[in-house]
Design a protein around this ligand. Structure first.
Ligand code: ADP
Ligand code: MG
Length: 692
């Protein structure tokens, strides 16, 4: 039994979705659903959650009801399903009445394998749900049910009745939120206490994790995107105003970028989002309002202009890049000023302690001096033993040096400033800055004034932050961020306790690991152009036709035939039918044109030998006459290539032609021969007979 199901679900995977293998946990989850059991699936963004209910929906009898929080999200998923030839649609309040009626009719008649519905619209379906065969319920983005989370949706709490009303129908809840409390909440709220939990690894090894100090952010960003051509990317900022300012800066430097935030009208937002999805606008500068509904697989980079307020948010946002599994670069700018601002936001709120604790973890991640991925996954309860090799720390490990003297100077300055000043002033004093604030307070007269003037401001700032992290200094955020000494500082000052500091400033310009995007053989570009054209014809985003990963696979495998094309990842039956011809034409033309560097006769001969094609087939493929192909062979022969002519012509035929030569009045032209043989002997044979 096991093997048949196994076999079946793999078949369905290739036939409908075009994939050969399951991603981690997909198979186990799918089997659990097929066994009619309730399931909680926790997988990172891009982990392939949708397939976990879409495939069972195809395997089981009836209609799968998918509860999904966002209308844009529903539409994208339904479009993608339809592109794969699967009957699916959605039901929500944005639809005109007639359309809704049609959906209800289709549902009633059992024409749908999947129906996506907003939680608010679910009650409207109730009377039909009781009378049809439901294969399963899927609750996508299930963390919306938890009042703990920031995405809480009251309508989700009504989903509790699903299990009461349909106790036999398997229910699967899916989320990317790793938080334990949320997971428990999901099980309770959906009344599936016995659901089997599948928690996939949160590792996304294709995401490069990069954290840099937040000085000269704009300049750093311009450098960064200059190297990335028209790749799609998202820059997250904390405020609406900064999204607009940064977008304007980028535009003024000739980049196509748009700002996106909640202050725009919904039409404006839709247009911007649409242009991004369709690769028309490569760069979006957005507040975190952007992204939840975005299911774009080829986002190649994400930048955090400001530090996010917790690791969950950070991980979800960087997770929007590289969903196609290809490499993506994520870059977080870390600045102490951001930490202070975020603390202010959290202070005085109901959940202050909780938020501050999360912020602190975020800060620790940003300041980590060992493998970032270890820190990140550790936060989600996953412990890896090896360093990842794909983060800034692993690529350029910080260099430690004996920082005791620097530490002593800093501590001494803090002491002499009576522990009353914040980071900025401490730095100014140490560097001997000649500014009004310093003079107003008479700090130019204290003993440590200018004690560290040989150290660049931003280096010194980094050292002080490290001293804070090492517990040598502490900061009172609630008192204007003043710096204070800890017991450890006293040891540094008076007991000559050694302090190690690291140089973590990376000169952006010098960072070597950023290679310019691989210069693609132009086949990829040609495939992309064809993809946009086809997408435009059906008014869909490009990735609905094929993901970048599928195009890469084509570029790599260079399929020339339908059979070869069917083996491409992402090509299922529907897409084979719809797109094979168009893509094969482009690929074949491209390959032929590459070979066109060869003299034409050599090309024909190469196809004969290497591709085992007959002269007729070659003539068809090359769009030449069969006659020309034989002329090419003759030319090869003249140049010394051995050819077994008797596979094309018999010795009797040669004799006949030689005989004709003696009788004909004009034996140098071919036409008289043709007439002589009453059109029974093709021209190429005549030519060949005469040559031999
Ligand atoms: P999630 O909802 O977990 O964020 P999605 O369901 O949107 O992720 O899937 C992310 C991407 O992975 C999609 O482009 C999807 O087509 C692709 N994908 C899903 N399953 C597979 C698979 N078995 N092999 C290859 N790609 C897959
Ligand atoms: Mg999803």
């Amino acid at each position: 039994m096991e093997t048949t199901t196994q076999h079946n679900i793999l078949d369905l995977l290739k036939t409908h979705f075009g994939y050969d293998k399951f991603l981690p946990n997909q198979e186990e989850i799918i089997n659990n659903v097929l066994d009619q059991k309730d399931t909680i699936a926790v997988m990172p963004t891009g982990g392939g959650k949708s397939l976990c209910f879409q495939l069972p929906a195809l395997a089981l009898e009836g209609t799968a009801i998918v509860i999904s929080p966002l209308i844009a999200l529903m539409k994208d998923q339904v479009d993608a399903l339809k592109a794969n030839g699967i009957s699916a649609t959605f039901f929500n309040s944005s639809q005109p009445f007639e359309e809704q009626q049609q959906v209800l009719k289709d549902l009633q008649n059992g024409n749908l394998k999947l129906l996506y519905v907003a939680p608010e619209s679910l009650p409207q379906l109730n009377f039909i749900l009781n009378s049809i065969k439901i294969s399963l319920f899927a609750v996508d983005e299930a963390h919306c049910i938890s009042s703990w989370g920031h995405d809480f949706r009251p309508a989700y709490t009504q989903l509790k009745s699903l299990k009461e009303q349909f106790p036999k129908v398997p229910l699967i809840a899916l989320t990317a939120t790793a938080d334990r409390a949320t997971q428990v909440d999901i099980a309770t709220q959906l009344a599936i206490p016995n659901a089997k939990k599948f928690i996939a690894s949160f590792d996304r090894p294709n995401l490069y994790l990069d954290v840099r100090p937040g000085q000269n952010r704009n300049k750093q960003i311009l450098n960064f995107i200059a190297k990335r051509g028209k790749q799609s990317g998202i820059i997250y900022c904390l405020s609406r105003k900064s999204t607009e300012k940064l977008a304007a800066t980028l535009k003024s430097q000739g980049h196509e970028a748009e700002a996106y935030h909640a202050g725009l009208t919904s039409e404006e937002r839709n247009t911007i989002q649409d242009n991004f999805l369709n690769d028309r606008t490569p760069i979006i500068v957005a507040t975190i309002a952007f992204g939840m509904g975005i299911d774009k697989s080829n986002v190649r980079w994400v930048i955090h202009y400001n530090m996010p307020k917790n690791i969950e948010g950070y991980y979800q946002e960087i997770g929007r890049s590289g969903r196609d599994g290809l490499t993506a670069h994520t870059l977080l700018f870390y600045s102490f000023a951001d930490v202070i601002m975020l603390r202010k936001f959290a202070e005085g709120t109901e959940t202050e302690t909780y938020q501050l604790a999360k912020l602190e973890r975020m800060q620790q991640f940003a300041e980590a001096l060992s493998c970032r991925r270890k820190a990140l996954l550790g936060y989600f309860g996953e412990h890896i033993t090896e360093d990842c090799g794909n983060c800034d720390i692993c690529k350029t490990p910080p260099k430690y040096f004996d920082g005791t003297l620097i530490a002593q100077k800093v501590c001494s300055a803090v002491a002499r400033l009576q522990e009353q000043e914040a980071l900025g002033m401490v730095l100014d004093v140490l560097r001997g800055a000649q500014n009004a604030q310093v003079f107003d307070k008479g700090y130019q007269n204290i003993k440590t004034f200018g004690a560290a003037k040989d150290i660049a401001w931003r280096d010194l700032q980094q050292y002080v932050i490290q001293l804070l992290n090492q517990g040598v200094l502490q900061i009172y955020f609630h008192e204007n961020g003043r710096l204070l000494l800890t017991p450890l500082a006293k040891k540094v000052l008076f007991e000559d306790k050694k302090v190690q500091l690291a140089n973590i400033i990376k000169e952006v310009e010098k960072v070597k690991l950023e290679r310019a995007p691989r210069k693609r053989a132009d086949l990829f570009e040609k495939l992309k152009t064809l993809r946009s054209k086809l997408a435009q014809e059906i008014s869909m985003p490009a990735y609905i036709v094929f993901s970048d990963a599928a195009l890469e696979d084509m570029e790599h495998k260079k399929p020339r035939t339908r059979e070869e094309f069917a083996a491409i990842s992402g090509v299922g039956e529907a897409k084979l039918e719809k797109y094979a011809d168009d893509f094969l034409k482009v690929i074949n033309r491209h390959l032929d044109s590459l070979e066109s560097n060869l003299p034409t006769h050599e090309r024909s001969y190469k196809m004969f030998i290497e591709e085992n094609l007959s002269p007729y087939e070659i003539s068809q493929k090359r769009g030449l006459s069969e006659d020309s192909i034989y002329s090419h062979f003759i030319k090869m022969h003249k140049a010394g290539t051995e050819i077994d002519w008797f596979q094309f012509i018999s010795s009797e035929e040669i004799q006949k032609i030689k005989k004709a030569k003696e009788t004909l009045a004009n034996p140098d032209a071919l036409k008289p021969y043709f007439e002589y043989f009453e059109a029974e002997m093709p021209y190429w044979k005549i030519k060949l007979g005469l040559y031999l």
